[in-house]
Design a protein around this ligand. Structure first.
Ligand code: ZN
Length: 153
């Protein structure tokens, strides 16, 4: 006799409203100033960051899912809370700073396994993916990450 259990975990975003949840087409959600067109991530809600603009109205926009690796670092030690290690033993990971293709602003993100800092080179093409941050009994908590761009689609 067979016995099996189907575990269906709910997939939830680590931060609500920061990115779309379609795993095939993840996008960061930023803002665009209605006055000067300046982009911001996380989305701006109060004042435009452009010092020569006094705009205070913004629309939510999907940001580029690709960009160039501007800088990166290696997190050899566990970051302080609210970071939660997905594994019992902390496993070092790389952090990528990527300059978005269209908006030309830099967005930080973790780099998913199996990539690490040895897989990275400044200037290389990176793409956005959704990946697990950590799991609980009921939920898989996902966040955006940057990985080296795969073959052009
Ligand atoms: Zn503005």
């Amino acid at each position: 006799m067979f016995y099996f259990r189907v575990v269906t975990k709910k997939t939830v975003p680590a931060i609500e409203g920061f990115f779309t949840m379609d795993p095939e087409r993840p996008r960061l959600l930023g803002s665009r100033c209605k006055r000067c067109g300046n982009h911001a991530f996380p989305a701006e809600k109060v004042f435009c960051k452009n010092p020569s603009c006094d705009g205070d109205e913004f629309e939510t926009v999907e940001l580029s899912a690709r960009g160039k690796l501007w800088s990166f670092s290696h997190n050899g030690y566990q970051p302080p809370p609210p970071y939660v290690s997905p594994t019992k033993e902390y496993e070092p990971f790389a952090i990528a700073a990527v300059e978005l293709e269209a908006e030309k602003m830099v967005v930080l993100g973790m780099v998913p396994k199996p990539y690490d800092h040895t897989s990275l080179e400044v200037g290389m093409e990176m793409e956005l993916v959704l990946d697990t941050l950590f799991e609980t009994e009921e939920e898989r908590v996902v966040v955006w990450k940057w990985r080296p761009a795969q073959a052009a689609v």
